[in-house]
Design a protein around this ligand. Structure first.
Ligand code: NAI
Ligand code: MG
Length: 399
C-alpha cells in the first residue's frame, strides 16, 4: 500500500530543499502520495494564521510529514505585514512550529549529528607532534520538545496569585522581593515525569539498539535541582529497572559545551530538556557540517514531523540559481524512512550522501567555506539542484 506523506515546504529556502529531498526519495524507489500542507508567513499575511486548520487536519489524518522551514518575524513586523482586511481583529502571530509541537504533543526531538568522512567542515583537533586528528562523530541528541523553558508559561509583572505563590518560597523572599512587580519577569521551567520519562526512554532505546553501554543526561542538577534533578533521577531509576547494561552519566550543560570541543566522539547518546537540548544539538551540529547537514525528527504519540534544523534563510530564497545545501533536508527524509520502517532505503540514501561528500566533486558553498552569494556557483560551488542530482546519481552506485 502506498503511503501518504504530508509535505509542508513552508517559506524561503524550504520549498527549494524539499524539492531535492522528494527527488531523492523517488530515486531510491520510495513510492508515496504526497499531499501539500500550507504553513508559514504567507498564510499569516493572507489569513492571519501561519498554521491553518486544514493543515492540522491533514497531519491528523496522515500522521507523517516532511517539513521545510518557515519564516518568523517579531511582533511589530507581524502586525505590519498582516493583510489590511485582517488588521485590528485581535489576531496574534504564533510560530507555527511551536503551535504544531504543542498541538500534536511532538515531545520527542531527535537530532543526529554524524560526521561524513571527507566533509571539509568536520571537526578536527591537533594530535601529538602537530598531527591532525579527525574523529568520526556519531552523536544523537534527544531533546524534550514541549516543556521546560520553552513551555511559554511566563509573565512580566506576574498576577497576584503567581506573585503570592512565589512569595511562599524562601529563596524568592530573600532574593527577589525587593524588585518592583512591574520590573519582574518570570519564565517557568516545567518538567513533568511523564514527558521526562518519554525522552529518557527514547535515549535508552537508541543506546540499546546501537549496542552502547552509556547515555549522558546533559542538564545541571547540582543547581537546577528540581527539574534537572527529576530528569537525572528518572534516568537512574529507569536504567536500573529496564536497562541494567547501560550506564547513566551525568554531565552538566556548561561542561558539555567544553567537552564537545575536545572529545566529541565520546558522547553517543545525549538526553536533555528543551533549552539545553537546543543548545547542545547546535553545538554538535557545528562539528559535523552545520546547518547544511543538521536534521531532526519531532515525534509525538501519533504524529511525526521530519525537518532540517535550519530556517528559511530568506536572503538566499530568490537567487536565480539556488545555492543552499539540501543535504539536511535529504537526511530528514531518511529519518522519516527509518521511522516508517523503510530502513533499507534510508541507509541507501545515507550511503549515497556519504559517497558524494567523500568524493568531494560536488560541494555546496557551505562545504567550500565560501560566503553565501549568487556568484558562488562561478567559484565552483554546486547549486542546490546539482547536489540533489549528485545524490541521485550516487544512489546508482551504492548497494
Ligand atoms: P537560517 O537557518 O534560516 O539561516 C542562517 C544561515 O545559515 C543562513 O544565512 C545561511 O548562511 C545558513 N544556512 C541555513 N540553511 C542552510 C543550508 N541549507 N545550506 C547552507 N547554508 C544554510 O536562520 P536565520 O537566518 O536565523 O532565520 C531565518 C528565518 O528562518 C527567520 O524568519 C527564522 O525565524 C526562521 N527559522 C525557522 C526555523 C524553522 O523553520 N525550523 C528554524 C530557524 C529559523
Ligand atoms: Mg526546519
Amino acid at each position: 500500500m502506498k503511503r501518504t506523506i504530508v509535505t509542508m515546504p513552508g517559506d524561503g529556502i524550504g520549498p527549494l530543499v524539499m524539492k531535492e529531498a522528494l527527488k531523492v526519495l523517488s530515486a531510491v524507489g520510495f513510492e508515496a502520495d504526497y499531499v501539500h500542507g500550507d504553513i508559514g508567513w504567507e498564510f499569516w499575511k493572507k489569513e492571519g494564521n501561519a498554521l491553518p486548520q486544514r493543515t492540522i487536519d491533514l497531519l491528523e489524518k496522515h500522521k507523517v510529514a516532511l517539513f521545510g522551514a518557515i519564516t518568523s518575524k517579531p511582533k511589530a513586523a507581524a502586525d505590519d505585514e498582516l493583510d489590511s482586511s485582517l488588521k485590528g481583529k485581535g489576531l496574534t502571530y504564533y510560530s507555527p512550529i511551536v503551535t504544531m509541537r504543542q498541538h500534536f504533543g511532538l515531545d520527542i526531538c531527535i537530532r543526529p549529528c554524524r560526521s561524513f568522512k571527507g566533509n571539509p567542515l568536520n571537526f578536527v583537533r591537533r594530535g601529538p607532534g602537530g598531527t591532525v586528528v579527525e574523529p568520526l562523530i556519531d552523536t544523537v541528541i534527544f531533546r524534550q520538545n514541549t516543556e521546560g523553558l520553552y513551555g511559554c508559561v511566563e509573565w512580566t509583572n506576574p498576577p497576584d496569585q503567581v506573585y503570592d505563590a512565589l512569595m511562599t518560597h524562601k529563596k524568592f523572599r530573600e532574593n527577589f522581593a525587593w524588585c518592583p512587580r512591574p520590573e519582574l519577569a518570570v519564565s517557568t521551567r516545567i518538567f513533568t515525569k511523564k514527558y521526562t520519562s518519554r525522552i529518557v526512554k527514547a535515549g535508552f532505546e537508541n543506546a540499546k539498539e546501537r549496542g552502547l553501554d552509556a547515555i549522558y543526561i546533559c542538564e545541571k542538577p547540582n543547581v537546577i535541582r528540581e527539574t534537572s534533578g527529576m530528569m537525572l533521577k528518572v534516568a537512574q531509576e529507569m536504567g536500573k529497572a529496564e536497562y541494567p547494561g547501560i550506564k547513566v552519566n551525568d554531565v552538566n550543560i556548561d561542561a558539555m559545551m567544553m567537552w564537545l570541543t575536545k572529545n566529541p566522539e565520546d558522547y553517543k547518546v545525549i538526553v536533555s530538556g528543551n533549552m539545553f537540548g537546543d543548545i547542545v544539538s547546535d553545538g554538535f551540529a557545528g562539528l559535523v557540517g552545520g546547518l547544511g547537514f543538521a536534521c531532526s525528527a519531532n515525534l509525538g504519540e501519533t504524529v511525526s514531523v521530519f525537518e532540517p534544523t535550519h530556517g528559511s534563510a530568506p536572503k538566499y530564497a530568490d537567487y536565480p540559481v539556488s545555492i543552499v545545501n539540501p543535504i539536511a533536508m535529504i537526511l530528514a527524509a531518511c529519518m522519516m524512512l527509518d521511522h516508517i520502517g523503510e530502513n533499507e532505503k534510508a541507509s541507501k540514501i545515507r550511503a549515497a550522501v556519504s559517497l558524494v561528500v567523500e568524493e568531494g566533486k560536488v560541494r555546496c558553498y557551505d562545504m567550500l567555506k565560501l560566503r553565501g552569494a549568487p556568484d558562488v556557483v562561478n567559484q565552483g560551488a554546486a547549486s542546490t539542484h546539482e547536489m540533489g542530482d549528485a545524490v541521485v546519481e550516487a544512489l546508482k552506485r551504492v548497494r
